[in-house]
Design a binder for this molecule. Structure first.
Ligand SMILES: *Cc1c(COP(=O)(O)O)cnc(C)c1O
Length: 352
């Protein structure tokens, strides 16, 4: 079922930024989606309104206890000038799972997708079309309710904002293997896209920058032994010609791109081993050259090849810091499908 929403047009639309200068979410579009939840009414009054600041009471629960859920997906301009979305139903389903974990009332998946589609259609002329660019879509839920006791609130806001973006990483990335801090433990909120996971990760990102690294490779919380994921992306390694990625243990985020990569590789006849990969095995494979490539996958970067692992102060380059053939083929295929230059034979692309 598709929903439509009342629109209050922005009377003062902003000038569009120079496509060469959009960066990662430096600018936001003219409109946002807004929907309320109140006890007894459920989710109600979905509407599109001018983009602008929120008025939140300083005692709002969200500000103190970080009870929040978010999603991230993208819209692309295809060669016919139409708008493509990539598997938005997967984001809708994941947001429901995040809500369930965070004690936030779930949003009907059709309602979520309709809200994304209607907002993107209205601000479609903000979708940039330089190679690699897209319009980033950020749905999120917070509670405006006043309560300094950490109990589940009964009113919420669901908001969607849009920002044109250029690719996150533009070269092979250097990755710090983090063996001190952890991101998430089984039983915690690692599988959910919620703000608190990222607040706790910022310390490790600062540390990575000190080691001249672009991102962090997380190990499992219990033994600091098994590879989990990279920053805000899932991690893949090619060892002895076989692709290895962490299974969905409960502490890693089930990426839409991760799922797409696995399905695509399987279609190409490339074996994907979803197993817990010990960091010692990965380092040994990088050292001996048996690791021929590695990449991170996520909506923001699509596919970001890893050029080097830094572990306990030592650098371990992968494949001479060159982009490997599978990374390139996956990027070209997925980004091509998303932007409509490669035929979608998986039924993943939704054209508006
Ligand atoms: C969003 C995210 C991913 C990637 O998920 P996609 O759906 O592919 O964008 C991976 N790991 C973490 C921690 C994330 O937040």
């Amino acid at each position: 079922m598709h929903y439509t929403f009342p629109i209050t047009k922005n009377e003062n639309p902003k000038p569009k930024p120079d496509p060469k200068d959009i960066g990662f979410a430096k600018y936001y579009t003219d409109h946002m989606f807004f929907m309320n939840y109140d006890e007894g009414q459920g989710w109600h009054d979905g509407r599109i309104i001018p983009y602008g600041p929120l008025t939140l009471d300083p005692a709002a629960t969200t500000l103190h206890y970080a009870q929040e859920a978010f999603e991230g997906l993208k819209a692309y301009k295809n060669p016919e000038g139409k708008v493509n979305l990539f598997r938005p139903d997967m984001n809708a389903a994941r947001m429901r799972r995040t809500c369930e974990r965070m004690c936030i009332p779930e949003i009907d998946e059709d309602l979520f997708v309709s809200a994304v589609e209607e907002l993107v259609k209205l601000d479609a002329d903000w979708i940039p079309d330089l190679p690699g660019t897209s319009l980033y879509i950020r749905p999120f839920i917070i509670s405006p309710e006043l309560n300094l006791a950490p109990v589940a609130p009964k009113s919420f806001w669901f908001i969607i904002i849009l920002a044109p973006v250029t690719p996150y990483h533009s070269k092979v990335s250097h990755i710090l293997v983090e063996d001190e801090y952890i991101r998430a433990a089984v039983g915690g909120t690692g599988f959910a896209k919620c703000g608190g996971n990222y607040a706790g990760a910022m310390r490790a990102n600062v540390k990575a920058a000190k080691y001249n690294c672009d991102d962090v490779l997380w190990l499992d919380a219990k033994e600091h032994k098994y590879i989990e994921e990279v920053g805000t992306s899932n991690a893949f390694f090619v060892i002895d010609g076989k692709v290895v990625t962490s299974p969905l243990t409960g502490s890693i985020l089930p990426g839409v791109t991760r799922d797409s990569v696995i399905q695509m590789l399987e279609k190409w006849g490339v074996e994907v081993d979803q197993r817990r990969l010990p960091i010692d095995e990965a380092i040994e494979a990088a050292k001996s050259g048996r690791m021929t490539e590695a990449w991170a996958s996520g909506t923001a970067c699509v596919i970001a090849p890893m050029g080097l692992l830094n572990y306990k102060g030592e650098d371990y380059p992968i494949n001479g810091e060159q982009v490997g053939p599978l990374s390139k083929r996956l990027y070209d295929t997925l980004y091509g499908m998303q932007t409509g230059t490669v035929a979608d034979d998986m039924g993943w692309v939704v054209t508006l």
